[in-house]
Design a protein around this ligand. Structure first.
Ligand code: ZN
Length: 179
């Protein structure tokens, strides 16, 4: 089922997500609906906050992106990213590392606005999957960026918050004009 994506200004986007204590059929259905919604909207990630539910859950899928590279390592070994997409991560702990790099970002909740955001190029992630199993991996490039962007959502943070005040004001003005 395609869900409504809430837009900039909605209070859920500023809410810290509750920990998911029980990964049950309802959570699995929500994750499935979020994936369907993300694909329908041509996104590479979607957080529960963006469908109005402040929970520690996001989905991501960078497998269709060919012009921006991603890397994925499990137990220190590089694996084929397409074997692990899409990902639904529950209660993630995300630790960014490595040198910082600027890269373009947009957000399904802030339509039409794109800006370069500076973030570390890699992340270490520990989370639960939809069966409740612990998953651990390291990611680089676009996947690392997407994970950081989505993990920010789980904490009520938007990519606009990372911009310098002048660029942020320009984005907000552009957004207002488009509404
Ligand atoms: Zn977003």
């Amino acid at each position: 089922m395609i869900l409504e994506i809430v837009q900039y200004g909605h209070p859920a986007l500023r809410a810290k997500g509750r920990r998911v204590e029980k990964i049950d059929i309802k959570i699995r259905q929500l994750a499935e609906d979020m994936l369907e919604t993300m694909v329908d909207a041509d996104g590479v990630g979607l957080a529960a906050q963006q469908v109005g539910l402040p929970l520690q859950l996001f989905v991501v899928d960078v497998s269709d992106v060919t012009d921006r590279k991603s890397g994925l390592r499990i137990n220190g070994e590089a694996v084929d990213i397409n074997d692990h997409m899409p990902m639904a991560l529950v209660n993630p702990e995300v630790e960014p590392y490595g040198k910082e790099q600027a890269g373009p970002e947009g957000c399904l909740s802030i339509p039409g606005i794109r800006a370069d955001v500076i973030r570390p190029i890699s992340v270490r992630v520990k989370a639960q999957d939809l069966e409740g199993n612990i998953v651990e991996f390291e990611a680089d490039g676009l996947l690392a960026r997407a994970v950081q962007h989505e993990n920010d959502h789980l904490n009520g943070i938007l990519f606009l918050d990372h911009l310098d005040p002048k660029t942020r004001d320009e984005c907000l003005r552009e957004l207002e004009e488009s509404l």
